[in-house]
Write a protein that binds this ligand. Structure first.
Ligand code: NAD
Length: 414
């Protein structure tokens, strides 16, 4: 079976490596020549444990990184589209990268080829937009949806040991069903064939639940701060001992912090809400989840400011990526917290992250000082906020007990 993966970001590169590691014949393509060249040289363009060894095992054996997508298309049995699906200004999803990727192969793909949308797309997209589009362009093969549930920081393990695999295919797409069954058989996870709408909805259902758990936890922490002097971290840890939660693996999301970020939860919740409103249903809980999340960086910045006092204070920020073990800074709560601090007149901000400083500087360009170590931040500042829970920050407050610590993740005392 020949597989072509278009878009080699977190999802596409992981999928290409995962399929290749299982012995399938995989070609990866990315429109970003520099990214493709880097991968071709055996390096992974972002921090993600497990991917580089997999690249070493597969490159030149079962995996090839091509510089021409058209050249690879004719022989492909399955083409996975793994390009970004960001929000437009009104919150709805911008499908331009997906359609452009489809355009790049549509006139070369064999009618036996199956197009598989792995990008996250709103419910209804495949049936109402993608399929009519490809038919109009003369492609007669099947179009399936295969949402991805991996978590950044755990991409490899999540992909190789999925808890479930969801494929959305038309009931009569026998070839799609047979190819996808064969492809996912070695992954040994429950394989669900559902309609494309259901597959797309399952992905948003999952991300909306995770976002709701986080916002619920954040709201509870704000209520606690307003009404009593409860030990918030302790309260949540005791909650986690409820036997209905023990072993569920979800407690990480049932915990307060400074808001969810990253490339998925913010954009997907906003997109689902926008789609729902556009089609006539006004979501209340989902909008509450989003609105509280938007507020969290501001509230966190206020906490830091209360500790710092004067606008002349030197404020340290530990952690720039949106989560540990990743250098992804897209929609990172740290960026918004720093923005609030700067807007409120705090200009002496010192930041450190083990891996994400360069990506952060490139994406945001805030006028802050980037330090080479957490110690450098601690030496320079009296007030220090721990925003991302990188393991190396654990216990740092004990080394500098005289500083004002803002534990934005309720984590330092773990
Ligand atoms: P990404 O931004 O890391 O990667 C997308 C890649 O696609 C980029 O390398 C880009 O250069 C490439 N690309 C864009 N247009 C192209 C084209 N026409 N031809 C070839 N390559 C092209 O994105 P990602 O984080 O991997 O996410 C991809 C999709 O998967 C999104 O829809 C996202 O919502 C979804 N998703 C992401 C995650 C995650 O944790 N990152 C998890 C599940 C689902």
């Amino acid at each position: 079976m020949n597989i072509l993966v278009i878009g080699l970001g977190f999802v596409g590169l992981t999928a290409a490596l995962g399929f290749a590691d299982k012995g399938f014949n995989v070609t990866g393509y990315d429109i970003d020549d520099r990214r493709a060249a880097l991968i071709r040289s055996g390096r992974v363009p972002f921090v993600e444990p497990g991917l580089e060894p997999a690249l070493g095992r597969t490159l030149g054996i079962s995996l090839k990184i091509s510089d021409s997508v058209r050249q690879e298309t004719e022989a492909a049995d399955l083409i996975f589209f793994c390009v970004g699906t960001p929000n437009k200004g009104d919150g709805s999803v911008d499908l331009r990268y997906l359609f452009s990727a489809i355009d790049s192969v549509i006139d070369v793909a064999s009618p036996d080829c199956v197009f598989v949308i792995k990008s996250t797309v709103p419910p209804g997209t495949t049936a109402d937009a993608v399929t009519p589009y490809v038919r109009e362009k003369g492609f007669t093969g099947a179009v399936a949806v295969n949402p991805e549930f991996l978590r950044e920081g755990h991409c490899w393990n999540d992909f190789m040991a999925p808890d479930r695999t969801v494929c959305g295919c038309g009931g009569k797409d026998a070839r799609a069903i047979s190819l996808l069954t064969k492809l996912y058989e070695p992954f040994n996870a429950p394989l669900h064939f559902v309609t494309p709408d259901t597959a797309e909805f399952i992905k948003y259902l999952s991300n909306s639940l995770l976002a709701a758990l986080i916002s619920f936890s954040n709201e509870m922490s704000l209520i606690a701060e307003a009404v009593c002097s409860a030990d918030i971290a302790k309260a949540f840890k005791v909650l986690h001992q409820d036997k209905r939660l023990v072993g569920a693996g979800i407690n990480h999301y049932i915990y307060p912090g400074c808001g969810y970020g990253g490339s998925c939860l913010p954009k997907d919740t906003i997109a689902l809400s926008a789609e729902s409103k556009q089609l006539g249903f006004e979501p209340r809980i989902l909008d509450g989840v989003i609105s509280l999340n938007n507020e969290m960086p501001l509230r966190t910045a206020e906490k830091i400011q209360r500790l710092a006092g004067s606008r002349e204070a030197h404020i340290g920020v530990l952690g720039l990526s949106f989560k540990p073990n990743s250098d992804d800074v897209r929609d990172s709560p740290t960026a918004k917290i720093i923005e609030c601090l700067i807007d409120n007149g705090y200009s002496k901000i010192y930041a450190y992250d083990p891996f994400a400083a360069e990506a952060f500087r490139n994406m945001y360009g805030h006028a802050i000082t980037y330090c080479k170590s957490k110690e450098e931040v601690c030496e320079a500042c009296d007030t220090i906020a721990v925003v991302t829970i990188w393991q190396e920050f654990q216990g740092i407050h004990l080394k500098y007990p005289q500083k004002n610590w803002c534990d934005c993740r309720y984590w330092l005392e773990d």
